[in-house]
Design a binder for this molecule. Structure first.
Ligand SMILES: NC(=O)CC[C@H](N)C(=O)O
Length: 358
């Protein structure tokens, strides 16, 4: 069936609908050459229509192993060439049938380069996916739908669950966590309790964890539980990733702002300011911490994006609190930064020893 992606600025891109019929969301682009299934299931994309800039998507199929959440939360998926016949020893299904069985709206055969150039010059904007014969009023009523702001609520776990381990006990605030973050912490030996995003600070602290982890997640950090994070700071060591990093920034008294078109891809260079070493990182964020807002706070900027110099990591000067804007767990992307999970373990050990008076 013929379909159209229409952007808020009136531009129309015609293609074919692979699945679903209509969608409305914030149109963003991801530059990863692979990792489409991880992108589809990264809860941080909740509310968004994701355009893959790499021209061939679906060529290695899909497999349970790559799932990052209980389901996909993207509002829509935009592809140039959709491969119908995957070839991979790991493939359990084709991307087309995956999209169809989950009813994820997907348009393919569109000029993704043109879409990306438009978003890059005009900024991220609202868009809709509709069948080719949709009427003006159907399109207008889709555009009139407001983009939801309680996206963290939509993606977070509904119940507390545990991933037992022999090492330190980590209370994980699930704002939309990716499975590979949990895998990375489990690999580092952690004993994990995953908590719904709405868990009050006193209930988190009642678990008496050795450390607290603030996960990635969708939406504007100002719509997420900043107050809870503020109450947790200083009580236990804290590590934050992406939305977790932004929430720490806000809770410490800093500010966040929306980037023109965000950072989404698997090869974003980030500089560690202490060593000068550049790491290639996986990223997916539309907001960033305003560097100026950190100026009078007890915070050191530890990492910076090489492409646009935005803040990519910070550390509290006196408290055991640190965070990064990028995704050290990758999935998809390079694993240059997995060492950060080890750093968290070292920090926890140090704090435990301090508490014991060693
Ligand atoms: N991956 C994330 O945690 C994204 C954080 C936030 N929703 C942003 O877009 O900036």
């Amino acid at each position: 069936m013929i379909g159209k992606l229409i952007l808020e600025d009136g531009s129309v891109f015609q293609g074919m609908l692979a699945s679903g019929t209509k969608a409305v969301g914030e149109v963003v682009f991801n530059t990863g050459m692979t990792g489409y299934q991880e992108v589809l299931t990264d809860p941080s994309y909740c509310g968004q229509i994701v355009t893959m800039t790499y021209p061939l998507i679906g060529n290695y199929g899909v497999a349970e192993l790559f799932e990052q959440a209980r389901q996909s939360f993207v509002r829509g998926f935009v592809i140039s060439e959709l491969c119908g016949q995957p070839s991979s020893w790991q493939a359990e299904d084709s991307l087309v049938s995956y999209l169809k069985s989950r009813n994820i709206p997907c348009i393919y055969g569109v000029d993704t380069r043109a879409i990306t150039r438009r978003i890059r010059s005009h900024g991220t904007m609202k868009g809709v996916i509709v069948p080719g014969d949709a009427t003006e009023s159907e399109i207008a009523s889709l555009f009139a739908e407001s983009l939801c702001t309680d996206v963290v609520e939509e993606v977070t776990t509904k119940e507390i669950y545990r991933i037992p381990g022999e090492g330190p006990h980590i209370a994980v605030m699930d704002f939309g966590i990716k499975r590979n973050i949990l895998n990375s912490m489990a690999k580092a030996g952690c004993d994990i309790t995953v908590l719904p995003a709405g868990t009050p600070a006193n209930e988190v602290l009642a678990l008496n964890p050795d450390g607290i982890f603030l996960s990635n997640g969708p939406g504007d950090p100002k719509d997420a539980p900043v107050d809870t994070v503020r109450e947790l700071i200083g009580k236990k060591p804290v590590f934050g990733i992406c939305l977790g990093h932004q929430l720490l920034g806000l809770a410490l008294g800093g500010d966040t702002y929306k980037l023109k078109f965000g950072h989404r891809g698997s090869n974003h260079p980030v500089k560690d300011l202490a060593t000068g070493r550049v790491y290639i990182t996986s990223q997916n964020h539309g907001y960033a911490i305003d560097e100026k807002s950190l100026a009078n706070l007890d915070v050191t900027i530890t990492h910076r994006a090489v492409n646009d110099e935005t803040v990519e990591g910070m550390r509290h000067k006196t408290l055991p609190v640190f965070s990064v804007q990028y995704h050290p767990e990758a999935a998809p992307g390079p694993d240059d930064s997995t060492y950060l999970f080890e750093e968290f373990m070292k920090l926890l050990n140090k704090e435990t020893n301090k508490a014991r008076g060693n």
